[in-house]
Design a protein around this ligand. Structure first.
Ligand SMILES: [Cu+2]
Length: 372
């Protein structure tokens, strides 16, 4: 009856759903058959009892599209089989995974080297509109520091004298808040509470001695729902003065989660444009999760566990193990992964609509590649 020569009949509602899915995905042709085939199909339909799909639910379909077929000359649309539907869906999923890691323009979280004057580490940050490619071909208008999302990574040592100079080239006022840093009150970056807003075209200088060590962040604290969502955010890492208690790691990486600009992103990119984490077998990976979004994101690693060592920069008295770690807005969690299991392992947010749709994986998905 069908091109596979089988005769299982799918209930009309189900075949219609299949057709709708394929029509919306635009990935498959419709099957046009002659009226002769329609007549055969009608006969097959009549011969089959309801619910008689049989064990092979993936086999072919020969259902007339409508009840209006009268035989003879009228063409009829024969819907695809479940196998064909599955193949079409799987092809889209495969395409996404095969494209990973896809190239896009722009890279965020690049380490910013300071200019040093009289022992002060000086960082210049220019807030400005920037076109930003989130996934291949998908560009959004970001509000970014130094043209990247996340903004450049600032990394200092506890006790360093730090000066951050903000230049505002945005069409509205802004400020910088140093999230997690226990700075003097007048350096906290909250408009009208600790400082005036920095108007368009103006600059503003923050200066403090790097306080409590750990994985922290900096971001706008003015019209922040919009400004942080659009990309005014970055990592501010303070290494401890005494490194003796720092756990060993071979690779130290930052993973900033966001759910504003361009959807669900890891370091400013959505799958398949996210960057994989790559380690050699036996190496220890440190991941510094930071949530700059407005939703929780439980990050799940396949194949190996994570050992949670710090919360908001503070060492945990009792590190604990998990494979799924919930990261709430504003939180930072540092974990160690002993890379003992070779292979390419999915690493993703486990709120599934943040990571996968009918057309494949997207958003907050990357992979940990452990090379044997
Ligand atoms: Cu999520």
């Amino acid at each position: 009856m069908s091109e596979h020569g089988r005769s299982t009949v799918i209930p009309a509602e189900e075949t219609r759903d299949d057709v709708n899915f394929l029509a919306s995905s635009g990935s498959r042709r419709a099957f046009l058959r002659s009226g002769t085939l329609a007549t055969i199909a009608t006969a097959a339909l009549a011969a089959c009892k309801p619910g008689a799909r049989g064990a092979d639910s993936s086999s072919a379909v020969a259902t007339p599209a409508t009840g209006a077929v009268t035989g003879g000359t009228m063409p009829v649309v024969v819907p695809p089989t479940p196998r064909e539907t599955a193949d079409a869906m799987d092809a889209m999923h495969e395409k996404g995974v095969k494209a990973f890691p896809a190239k896009t323009e722009g890279k965020g979280n690049v380490l910013l080297e300071p200019r040093i004057e009289k022992g002060v580490k000086i960082y210049e940050l220019t807030a400005k509109k920037t076109p930003w490619e989130v996934t291949p071909g998908v560009k959004v208008e970001a509000w970014a520091y130094n043209g990247m999302v996340p903004g450049p990574q600032i990394r200092v040592r506890e006790g360093d004298r730090v000066r951050v100079v903000l230049h505002n080239e945005l069409p509205e006022s802004t400020v910088i808040h140093f999230h997690g840093l226990e700075v003097p009150n007048n350096q906290d970056g909250v408009p009208f509470m600790t400082q005036p807003p920095v108007k368009p075209g103006d600059s503003y200088t923050y200066e403090f001695t790097a306080p409590n060590s750990g994985s922290h962040m900096y971001h706008s604290h003015h019209n922040s729902t919009k400004q942080v969502s659009l990309g005014l955010l970055g990592a501010f890492i303070i290494e401890p003065k005494n490194r003796a208690n720092e756990p060993h790691s071979d690779i130290d990486t930052v993973l900033i989660l966001n759910d504003g600009l361009g959807g669900y992103t890891l370091n400013g990119k959505g799958f398949p444009a996210t960057e994989p984490l790559v380690a050699k077998l036996g190496q220890t990976l440190r991941v510094r999760f930071m949530n700059e979004g407005m939703m929780i994101h439980p990050m799940h690693l396949h194949g190996m566990h994570m050992t949670v060592i710090t919360k908001d920069g503070w060492p945990l008295p009792y590190p604990y193990r998990c494979d799924t770690l919930n990261i709430a807005p504003g939180e930072r969690w540092d974990v160690l992964v002993k890379c003992t299991n070779p292979g390419t392992w999915a690493f993703h947010c486990h709120i599934l609509p943040h990571a996968e749709s009918e057309t494949g994986m997207f958003g907050m998905v990357t992979a940990l590649v452990v090379k044997a």
